[in-house]
Write a protein that binds this ligand. Structure first.
Ligand code: NDP
Length: 290
């Protein structure tokens, strides 16, 4: 048995097991299995070091372990080091631990899928936590013309900007792309704690929200109604998961199966995944409103 899992504390909310097990089944990898690994911080390192001997090939890492995962790795990608966090661990046959960050390329592949690659675009990132670091790094590396970061606690935005060579701003700027990397919306779906109102949202050509929840987020619903192209948090989850899957198995991840499975975990979800503008969607019968 080849084992995979997601390390977190708590981790009961994670949709990754359904998503990865559906992908493994789709590709006929019957001797692989993906499971939740609830691990408190005080035993994180010893638990991870024991995983290779227990048959684990790799693991995803979620809150609050992403920094610790990078710190214990024997080797790490340049991106994970620059971001300061890892969400994907791979174990060598000798037990060596490699760390990577697929949150960063995950947002880029989600944007590319709707022809909204950020090269030459201006971007406003909301938040200065782990996911904001990954997104700001990804946008900068992808050639965005400007990456501005706003955060409720402005000192954290300043620190992020200094670390990653982007701009910190104290109030929202207009830009081509808006990415919400705060946890605003996670609890109740609304975005009243963000410094952008519904009218201003329509000025961004593309709006992405990393938050995913049953019923979707009001940020994405409002942006979509305003004519913005949108990327929902579920789609980012699927894209980062697909990249982890490929790193472990060496196989192309079945994206559609992973997306269906992640959506199935939220039967009442209105998260659109991604969509380009309603006009283009209406013109393309392969892109029904979701
Ligand atoms: P962190 O805890 O590292 O950062 C949280 C951020 O949210 C901080 O910038 C914090 O600001 C801000 N914030 C929290 N509450 C408020 C509020 N009421 N008003 C304004 N800002 C607020 O979290 P992560 O960066 O790891 O994750 C952020 C969100 O993204 C989570 O909901 C997470 O689930 C989601 N996520 C989704 C992924 C996906 O694949 N779709 C991948 C990774 C994350 P401050 O510094 O002032 O406290």
């Amino acid at each position: 048995m080849k084992r995979l899992g997601v390390l977190g504390w708590p981790v009961s909310h994670s949709r990754s097991p359904q998503m990865h097990n559906a992908a493994l089944a789709q590709l006929g990898l019957k001797d692989w299995h993906y499971q939740r690994l609830p691990v408190p911080p005080e035993v994180f390192e010893e638990t991870v070091r024991g995983l290779p001997a227990a048959g684990f090939v790799g693991a995803n890492v979620t809150i609050p372990h992403k920094e610790a995962a990078l710190a214990l790795a024997d080797e790490a990608t340049d991106a994970a080091r620059a971001i300061g966090a890892a969400n994907t661990l791979s174990f060598g046959v000798d037990g060596a631990i490699s760390a990577a960050n697929t949150d960063a390329p995950g947002i880029l592949t989600a944007l590319a899928a709707i022809d909204r690659a950020p090269a030459g675009q201006t971007a406003l990132v909301l938040g200065a936590g782990g996911s904001a670091r990954a997104v700001a790094y990804a946008l900068r590396e992808a050639g965005a013309a400007r990456v501005a970061v706003w955060n409720r606690s402005s000192d954290r935005a300043v620190a992020l900007a200094s670390d990653l060579g982007v701009d910190a701003v104290t109030r929202p700027i207009t830009a081509d792309l808006l990415v919400n990397c705060t946890s605003v919306g996670l609890a109740d779906g609304n975005f009243k704690d963000l410094p952008i109102d519904a009218d201003a949202l329509g000025t961004y050509a593309t709006v992405a929200d990393l938050v995913y929840r049953a019923g979707g987020t009001e940020l994405i619903a409002t942006a979509s109604s305003a004519g913005c192209a949108v990327v929902g948090g579920l789609e980012v989850l699927v894209r980062q998961g697909a990249l982890s899957f490929q790193a472990w198995t060496g196989l192309q991840a079945p994206i559609d199966v992973m997306r269906d499975s992640a959506r199935g975990a939220f039967p009442d979800s209105h998260d659109p995944g991604t969509s380009d503008s309603p006009d283009r969607r209406a013109a393309d019968p392969r892109r029904p409103g979701r």
